[in-house]
Design a protein around this ligand. Structure first.
Ligand code: LLP
Length: 432
């Protein structure tokens, strides 16, 4: 983690805006994104592809953080968009995103979602299973459309990450298994459905990856089958989508690879495998979510109550927690934080940062070194841009925080704070 920028008053800067000012204007908890950082990451992925000369798409995985403004930003940066639900698709449409650049992932798309996506004219379905293949065949005939599809395969490669976000192994709910003939059967069936255009294959082996070997291994596995399918079905893929999962830095212990390194390694492996198996080099698509938005996001909290248990722990509570960032409670994820309104000092204490939800497990950070804190101090938790807002809940009927986009010295509210009225909006009275 780089040292964070501070102004002459010692306040944390987000972009070129004082975090204390943001908190004063929008109140806390608050998600603040540095938009320049998002643009830089998007460009890093794209430019790495440009240098290889290979046809590509970088589809932003909107599950990491979806809202109208984010989708519009993805469009400004020339990204495609990966959606996984009717809701994410709807968000993309409302934002005016070009439908031909939308890819639809997911292991249990409903008939309704499929027909919405067909009607919208999305660019590609990533088909996960046989039921979906059948539904897509029926719905595309009914709606007289001819969608492009990728088949999601499971290469049986374990990525070294948290079990909950590892998806490429043998025991996975996602995709057609390569090794037991399911994938081959899916290729055969897809080729036989005249209303579907089989563009190629897709895999996603896991999230928060810190190395490339599992990706390279998955490609080698896939190509062995591609060679066979070329001989058997005369099928060669136009597209290979290797998913997302590119790791980011949450704390100083994380040493992520650069986007360029991921792209270059993937392209090198694809060129080599294509050569080895006499298959034309396909287009290469990727689906980064976290790597585009994760490090760009900072959550600002106000510190409230404290409880010191002598020789055990010094709890400090903030005005949010697991409701705006479930990742520590769900995955044991680690975060780094600093006071936004005061600089670091020589003699700091170790604090445990607790959320305000009624759960002992609602802890954001167990051991954070800070100058002596008092209530009213502002805490900035870093790298909260991915899977924070998108996994937020109303547990304890806490309204979800707003989202602010900062770019250089400008800031703009892009998601309003939920109100109490929002919380009861869908409720119906027992007596009405
Ligand atoms: N493509 C597919 C098919 C995926 O399943 C995912 C993530 C991505 C792309 C984007 O992965 P990313 O580049 O963002 O790592 N909630 C968890 C992460 C779940 C990831 C699910 N799939 C977390 O907070 O770590």
């Amino acid at each position: 983690v780089m040292t964070k920028k501070r102004n002459e008053q010692g306040h944390l800067m987000i972009g070129e805006v004082d975090a204390v000012r943001l908190a004063a204007q929008y109140h806390t908890p608050l998600y603040a994104y540095d938009v320049s950082h998002i643009r830089e990451k998007a460009r890093a992925f794209k430019q790495a592809f440009e240098r290889t000369g290979i046809a590509y798409q970088v589809a932003y995985a909107s599950k990491a953080f979806s809202c109208t403004a984010m989708v519009q930003l993805a469009q400004e940066e020339g990204l495609s968009l990966d959606v996984v639900s009717g809701g994410e698709l709807y968000t993309a449409r409302q934002a005016g995103f070009p439908m031909e650049k939308v890819h639809f992932n997911g292991n249990n798309k409903s008939r309704q979602e499929i027909s919405e996506a067909l009607t919208a004219g999305i660019g590609c379905f990533v088909v996960d299973n046989f039921q979906e293949l059948e539904m897509l065949s029926e719905e595309s005939r009914r709606l007289d459309s001819a969608p492009a599809i990728l088949l999601r395969v499971t290469p049986g490669v374990e990525a070294s990450t948290h079990d909950y976000i590892s998806t490429g192994g043998e025991d996975s709910k996602f995709g057609f298994d390569l090794h037991n003939g399911q994938a081959q059967k899916a290729v055969e069936q897809a080729l036989a459905i005249p209303s579907l255009k089989l563009l190629g294959l897709h895999f996603h082996i896991g999230s928060q990856l810190f190395e490339t070997s599992a990706l390279v291994q998955a490609l080698a596995t896939l190509y062995r089958y591609l060679g066979y399918w070329r001989d058997t079905y005369r099928f060669v893929p136009e597209v290979i989508n290797v998913g997302g999962g590119f790791g980011i830095s949450y704390t100083r212990f994380d040493q992520p690879l650069r986007p360029e390194t991921f792209v270059e390694t993937i392209i090198q492996a694809i060129r080599a495998e294509s050569d080895r198996h006499h298959i034309p080099v396909p287009q290469v698509w990727i689906e980064p979510g976290r790597a585009i938005v994760g490090e760009a996001g900072t959550t600002l909290y106000t510190i409230g109550s404290q409880k010191k248990i002598e020789n055990v722990r010094h709890y400090v509570s903030v005005d949010g927690g697991m409701t705006d960032n479930i990742r520590p409670a769900l995955y044991g994820a680690h975060y780094d934080a600093e006071l936004a309104n005061r600089t670091k000092q020589q003699d700091e204490k170790t604090y445990a940062i607790a959320g305000k939800a009624c759960e002992s497990g609602d802890m954001l950070i167990y051991d954070l070194s800070l100058p002596a804190v008092k209530s009213g101090d502002l805490l900035a938790v870093f790298s909260t841009g991915a899977y924070g807002y998108s996994m937020a809940s109303n547990y304890n009927r806490l309204p979800r925080p707003p989202v602010v986009f900062v770019e250089n010295n400008e800031h703009k509210l892009v998601v309003e704070r939920e109100s109490y009225a929002d919380l009861v909006r869908n409720d119906r009275s027992l007596y009405a």
